[in-house]
Design a protein around this ligand. Structure first.
Ligand code: AMP
Ligand code: MG
Length: 418
């Protein structure tokens, strides 16, 4: 934590933090949401479990057949086979138990049906010979064969999902299987976003002289449109120190996180840092050894986290993925970290000056003998370019000290989700 005014190792004129150090400092500045609310399963997809969801029933609720076949008592198969068993009774899924299994008999049973009292195995119908109301068995199945035991999937009084887990489709299915109709989730993270720049115009409107279209707004909106965020889009702010300051103050007073793009460099039209200073922000990150995206500001205004992303769209995208997304996930109460890295190899040559970790857009069509994608580099590293990332299948991370990349050099890639 660096209070403004103190000597600052991450200051605009000081040394840059490594990407990992910047991420750690940002995560350390995060206070996760602690208020919770009940939601029904139908509304829980993608929300964050707040804990305390205790199942009241066993899953499965009773011993049941995993196959269509015959329920038997394995102890009836004494001596050497084959064995003949008379079939008495039939039980299908949804039937209420049926009669206990008579000694030396079998019960016709269908998948999902309750295993009759006294039976301890289900023999697949494909593995018996039927002769009228008698089945002949030439193998002895071990006890428990094709029986799904009561509670083996999820026992009563356990927690099917725990605090911090994202409610994915399989987890919702598990909760439903346990008969739980609703559960407590952390309230949505309240996030505000805005773009800065006098040059910005919204798509669909005519461009004036010197104007460009606002790419970051729609990109950040898309990146922030997740079930665990309640987003407030504050649009475009002009490069006006007092307007930016007022917006930051108001947003930080009521919301958890404020994210902006642009205005974090050291030019005289970059007002974010000055606004944060005047709002008595605690500044955690000011400069990061990342390419693209070196100017990046993370701090706290009151209880709110502030993340000032750079303005160039590719830099915005990279710093969002590397710094903002992990911080937002933590702030929302998520405790699991997705591991999105895959191993690839360069299919290109690139000599670089070591200093910053560089993220380059890549795509691939072929794989090497180990199944690793052979990466094709897209674009020429211009942080303002939109096309390379739009065409990319992933982003390759080039470590700070990697100077020479040749065809075959191993590289890690973060695949893009869509
Ligand atoms: P800044 O950090 O404000 O100096 O912006 C750096 C570069 O990114 C400038 O060329 C800006 O015009 C451009 N830029 C800033 N914000 C956006 C945006 N929302 N969409 C597209 N380009 C932007
Ligand atoms: Mg600007």
């Amino acid at each position: 934590m660096i209070a403004f005014g103190e000597p600052c190792s991450a200051g605009k004129h000081g040394a840059s933090l490594s990407v990992d150090a910047a991420r750690l400092r940002t995560l350390a500045a995060v206070a996760p949401v602690r208020d919770s609310e009940f939601v029904s399963l139908a509304n829980a997809l993608g929300r964050v479990c707040a804990g305390g969801a205790v199942s009241q029933v066993n899953l499965p609720p009773f011993d049941n057949a995993a196959m269509d076949g015959y329920a038997i008592r394995t102890a009836d198969l004494s001596g050497s086979g084959p064995w003949n068993l008379a079939v008495s009774g039939r039980v299908a899924a949804g039937d209420a138990g049926g009669h206990p299994l008579l000694p030396g008999h079998a019960t016709r049973i269908l998948t999902g049906a309750p295993v009759p009292t006294g039976a301890d195995a289900v023999v697949m119908q494909e593995r018996v010979f039927c002769e009228g109301a008698v089945i002949r068995l030439d193998h002895r199945p071990p006890p428990g064969t094709n029986v799904r035991r009561e509670g083996e999937d999820c026992p009563a009084f356990s927690q099917p999902v725990t605090a911090g887990q994202c409610l994915t489709a399989p987890r919702l299915a598990l909760l439903a299987g346990c008969g739980m109709a609703d559960l407590r989730v952390w309230r949505r993270l309240r996030v505000a976003m805005f773009s800065t720049g006098n040059e910005l115009q919204e798509p669909g409107l005519p461009l004036g002289p010197g104007q460009i279209y606002n790419s970051n707004r729609v990109m950040l909106r898309a990146l922030l449109t997740v079930p665990w965020i309640a987003l407030t889009d504050l649009g475009i702010l002009r490069d006006d120190a007092s307007a930016i300051r007022a917006t930051i103050r108001e947003a930080a007073a009521t919301l958890d996180v404020v994210i902006s793009s642009g205005g974090v460099s050291a030019g005289e039209e970059d007002h974010i840092l000055d606004a944060l200073r005047r709002e008595n922000a605690t500044l955690d990150v000011l400069k990061v050894a990342i390419r693209p995206g070196k100017p990046l500001t993370v701090g706290r205004v009151g209880a709110a986290l502030y993340i000032g992303l750079p303005g160039n769209p590719y830099a915005t995208a990279v710093t969002f993925a590397q710094i903002a997304r992990p911080a937002l996930r933590r702030a929302a109460g998520l405790t699991e970290t997705p591991d999105m890295m895959i191993a690839g190899v360069a299919g290109f040559a690139y000599a670089r000056t070591p200093s910053r970790r560089e993220y380059i857009p890549v795509t691939w069509e072929k794989r090497d003998g180990f199944g690793r994608p052979i990466l094709i580099r897209l674009g020429v590293g211009a942080s303002a370019s939109l096309s390379p990332l739009a065409q990319a299948r992933g982003v390759a991370a080039l470590d700070d000290d990697l100077t020479q990349i040749s065809p075959g050099t191993p590289l890690t890639v973060e695949p893009l989700l869509e």
